[in-house]
Design a protein. Sequence first.
Length: 77
Amino acid sequence: MATTLDQVTPGRTCRIESLKGAASLVQRLLELGMMEGEQVTVVNKAPLGDPIEVECALTRLSLRKSEAAQIQVNLPD
């Protein structure tokens, strides 16, 4: 099931399908290790949903909700 990373609930693991958005954002996400095919786990969300803490390639990152919305992911069934 395809969705965006900002809609994934904490504790769920998914796989990155594609990165969208401005070239500078895509470049930054790639530099942080968020590449197509990479597995990502949503660790936690702030009370209002922004920022979102994720784990990707043994690294924990905090992403803005608007940034996470540009990451298309595939949830396992």
